[in-house]
Ligand binder design. Sequence first.
Ligand SMILES: [Zn+2]
Length: 479
Amino acid sequence: MLRKILVFGAALFIFISCGKKSPQAPEDREKTITILYTNDEHGWMLAGENHSGTDGLMALWRQQEGFSENGPFLVLSGGDMWTGPAISTWFQGESMANVMNAMQYDAAAIGNHEFDFKVEGLKARVAQSSFPFLSANIREKSNGQIPNFIQPYTIVDVDSVAVGVIGLTTTSTPYSTFPTNVADFDFIPYETALEEIIPQVKTAGAEILIVLGHICEPEMRQLMPFAAANGISLIAGGHCRNLVGEIINAVGLMKTSAYLEFYGKAVLTYDMGKKQVKNIQIDILPNQSTVSDAEISAIVGFWQNQMDAALAEVIGYTENGIARESAAMQNMVMDSWLQTFPAAAAALSNAGGIRQSIPVGEITLETMVGLLPFENQIIEIEMNGAEMQQWAGNFIHAGLRGGNPFIFADSSAIIDNQIYPVLTTDYLYARDDRPFQYLDPAPYFTAVHYRQPVIDWIKSLNTSSGNPLENYLDAVGRK
Ligand SMILES: [Zn+2]
């Protein structure tokens, strides 16, 4: 079989040579492949404060980069494609996959947030997408195999060059998505996975190797010697928020921040004769566009209409807006839980569960979904006063104040050996690097979504421009 291919290749070469009047110049044997790259899109198909959204990005790619469907381009994502604004979260990523299909993505790494809507949710997105979801380092705990809905790699024909793209998923995934969603999987070390998969990719004919990793910069750098020794030309990353664009020992490192604020562009010059990448150039460019791609704009508009219909309900009014990390925001969310479950002594949660600010004016359900986008529910656990003292400082909270030591909001003392009911999320409980599951092996699952109490509380106040939410907020920090 191999011999036949070689013979055919030789025949083809002769045919092409005969067709030319002069011998091939060296540059004819070179191909230029442009990789357009995003990571941690988190559902930001709409424009935001610092970026132009997907319709602007597609227009930039077409006009500034000369992108065309059949041109020498490879469009890749480093994963975490959804969970963010309501337009992606409400539809469990379906809307974002729809947009990325239209943007001609060729492959995406599986990020931790790809599991946010459980394995069934991820399988639905894999089935819907016209591009493969890649990860070489996820294994079924039961049998050590790569799960059947995941591809470790893909080979894309770009202008007749076979580009092998190998996926990696952050080994922090058991803590950075809902832990039980990935309880059936091991996330094995990156190099172990690559050592296993690279020979397969080469055997399958890949001429250029790219690692598409949902991994942070330190992990990308740790892989550099391995990459240089194994013929990997580019490591694309994600998960963390800093920008990386660098070439070290002929291996490129590329990573944007998040939310489609930037895109990465790697231009590879491939020498067809020597069968090697001769040059790499990397740029990280802002997604700042004054133009819009009509096709993408129409798809985003469709989902906007779907969302508006579902989430247009106005639940309140804020005069000044509420900043994401403000005490007013944290207190409001946490106090609403205690209001819903008044028998609890306190509530403890992570600030990272609150994902965006509430803008000035009418507050809609849409804003609330983007604010608290995760599929987390409130649970009640028991802990004693000493444990509460120990852990309260690590979390945002309600029902407590002070800090050295904490006391209850009504000024009564926390008694060290007394057992108290405390609210938190099933997400934090499921994380085994957090204390809660060790403090109480039998929590009470309320089945109330962590977003619902704050929606109920804001609605109950009947706020308006004449009686804004600010009249009811507690803006005093509790650390
Ligand atoms: Zn991530």
